[in-house]
Structure formats: C-alpha cells, structure tokens
Design a protein around this ligand. Structure first.
Ligand code: PLP
Ligand code: COI
Length: 366
C-alpha cells in the first residue's frame, strides 16, 4: 500500500541564520534545539499510510479528544546520523530501529510503519536539513526522533483508527552534562518501571512517564540515574531510565562481560546488542543472564566486578562509578572510567564516525 507513496515537500528558508546554527552546533547539549523541518505521515484504518510530507518544523494541531491525550498510544525511537570524515552522512543500524518501532507498535495495538517508509522518512528529512548534522571528528551527531501516536478523536477505550507518524531531529552532544565522567545510580526498590507481561520491552511513552518519580527520588539522593529492578523480587537488575547496563568481571584478555538477559520487561537496546557483538569480536566472553543487586555489591567489594557501564543511543557508553540504595552505597573499583569500557566506547564511536572498519555492515549512507 505504501509503494509509490511520495513525500510532498513544503520547504522553508531556515529561520536560523548560518551564524546562529553554527553557534548551536558548537554546543548543542541534548534535545534543546530542533532542525528546520519535520516529516509527517498519516495513517487511517482501511486506507493505510498516506499524506507523507516534509514540513517546516512547528506546532501541530490535535483534537482535544485525540485519543493519545487520554489513553496514551504513543511510541518512539531514537537513532543518530553521523557526519563521516569525507563529509557524507551515515546512520547506525537504522533498520533495527525501524523493526523496534514496529514491535512497539504491535504491543500498543498500533499500526506498523513499514521499514521502507521509516528509512525514506529519514532520507527525506536529511535531504533538507543536512546542514544541521554536526561536523566530523567530535562526539556530536544529529539525534533523530521518530514517533507515532493516535490522533482519532473519541473517548471510547479501544485502539484508535487514525495515527500520525512524525520525525524530528535535534543536534546532540553529550547526554550527560559531565560527558563521559562516571555517573552515580540509585537502585529503585520502591517504584518499578515495568512488570512481566507489561510494556517494558516497547519504546512506549508511558514507560518514561512511569519512571519520572523514581528519577526525582534518585536526584534527591544525589544520584544521576535510576537503576530499575525486576518487578517481582526487586532483586535483579534490569536497566536504567534510557540505557542498558553491562558489568565487567575481571580484567585484561580474560575479562567477561555480563548484561541482564532480555526479561521481557526491559528495552532490547540496539547499543546493547552491538556491544555484545563488539565485545565478542575483541575476544571477551559475553553472558546474558540475571544479575542481582547482591551480586553487584558483593563482587564489587571483592574486586571481581571491575567496571560497570550504561549504554544507549543518547548516552553512548557512560561509566557507572557509584551505586546507592536504601541499604547504603558502594563504588565500582576506584570510581573512574574503566579500560574495557573506554576501549569499547572507542570502537563503537569509531565505527559510527567512520574511522573504524564497519565489519558488521551496520552503517547506512543517508
Ligand atoms: N533502555 C531504555 C529504557 C531506553 O530508552 C533506551 C534508549 O533508547 C535504551 C535502553 C538503549 O537502547 P538503544 O541502545 O537502542 O538506544
Ligand atoms: C535514546 O537513547 O535514544 C533514548 O531514547 C533515551 C532517552 C533520551 C529517552
């Protein structure tokens, strides 16, 4: 049905002067500035995807009875476009994001955007907003935020019959204001993010709303982020607010990497999946299994756990230095970024920025 769906284009001159854009790109922060355009595609049950357009970035109209405002069918993705040394632009594993958007859609009883439309929406936006992709050679990139939500007006509780897909983009520097400095984390035993059978494995807006109170609690405790535990026993580590977690056991060539197995209530991160492959390439043993907070504390104290890091598109790889919970706190090794953490970070960012060989075929020219 989507074959031949063309993107109509309403282009406008950038409201930002070249100078203003250059200034923004020098220190973009995260999620603060948006490019000049956005992509919009409508969906109507019975008709399918239609009215694909590139529009000036700006406010949208939504009926007050728009079902997303009441019953919350809203999902999103996050991926990045990277300036390459030759001046071109590439993205990392974008079909994995397309597929995850479809999986999230399925869980929330929403229509699945075909992968080709997802990819073409990104091409269409970069065609007009290419100048917003930060320069090669640094840490910055253009963060792409595709999202889908219900728009049908009505108050009956059922899957909507009308939806809108939008793609916006935002130049991005470090997600954490302190860059790759280790973060501190708060183990949330009072609140849970997601339960078995729930929506935790989907990139569903409600999961993030559900996380905010615990995140505020983490801040009150002097920590940067929440670590979510399993909903039943409140004992096993799941993930962080927007990142997956890795634990390094031992050091040197015999080091092992452990990451919580996909329990069904944590997000299957694309960075997580990529690092499992890159760590194996580097000769490390990798394990996906349950890891309890007791094991984390005890083996950090004994020195068996040598490094812990968080990973995700926005956060890239960020070391975890200090862990706090109602029972007390401890540090991981000396609380500084670990060697394996930083080596994996160099490899991953090198592939994304076109300075390391892309042996897995993860990069796509845009
Ligand atoms: N976990 C959550 C809850 C997230 O929001 C994200 C971010 O996308 C991740 C993990 C990491 O996923 P990815 O590596 O695909 O960005
Ligand atoms: C991402 O890493 O893309 C995320 O979605 C995490 C966060 C910004 C919600």
């Amino acid at each position: 049905m989507t074959d031949g769906l063309e993107f109509a284009r309403t282009q406008h001159p950038s409201p930002a002067t070249d100078e203003a854009r250059r200034e923004i790109l020098e220190a973009p922060g995260f999620g603060r500035y948006f490019t000049d355009h956005m992509v919009s595609i409508m969906y109507t049950e019975g008709r399918g995807w239609h009215d694909a357009e590139v529009l000036p970035y700006g406010p949208i109209e939504l009926d007050p009875a728009g079902m997303v405002l009441h019953y919350g069918q809203a999902i999103f993705e996050g991926l990045k476009a990277y300036r390459q040394p030759g001046g071109g632009i590439s993205s990392f594993r974008l079909t994995a994001n397309a597929e995850r958007l479809r999986q999230s859609a399925r869980r929330l009883a929403m229509p699945e955007l075909p992968d080709d439309l997802f990819v073409r929406s990104i091409d269409a936006l970069l065609d007009v907003d290419e100048s917003w992709v930060p320069a090669a050679g640094g840490e910055d990139s253009l963060y792409l935020r595709p999202f889908l939500f219900s728009t049908e007006a009505g108050l009956g509780v059922r899957p909507a019959k009308e939806y809108r897909y939008l793609l916006i983009a935002s130049p991005a520097g470090a997600y954490f204001p302190r860059g790759v400095k280790p973060v501190s984390v708060w183990l949330s035993r009072e609140y849970v993010r997601a339960a078995p059978g729930g929506t935790g494995a989907a990139k569903f807006a409600g999961n993030y709303a559900a996380s905010l109170l615990a995140q505020a609690q983490a801040s009150d405790e002097g920590c940067d982020q929440v670590v979510w535990l399993d909903a039943i026993e409140r004992k096993y580590v799941e993930e962080m607010g927007g990142m997956n977690l890795f634990f390094v056991f031992g050091s040197g060539p015999d080091a092992r990497l452990v990451t919580p197995s996909l329990s069904g209530s944590l997000l299957p991160g694309i960075t997580r999946d990529s690092l499992l492959a890159l760590a194996a390439d580097a000769g490390f043993a990798v394990e996906e299994r349950k890891i309890s907070t007791d094991e984390w504390r005890e083996k950090s104290a004994s020195g068996e756990i040598t490094e812990v890091f968080a990973c995700g598109t926005a956060a890239v790889i960020t070391p975890v230095g200090r862990v706090k919970s109602a029972e007390g706190e401890f540090t991981i090794a000396d609380g500084e970024p670990g060697k394996i953490t930083m080596a994996l970070r160099d490899t991953l960012t090198g592939i994304q920025r076109g300075t390391f060989a892309d042996t897995h075929g993860w990069m796509t020219k845009l």
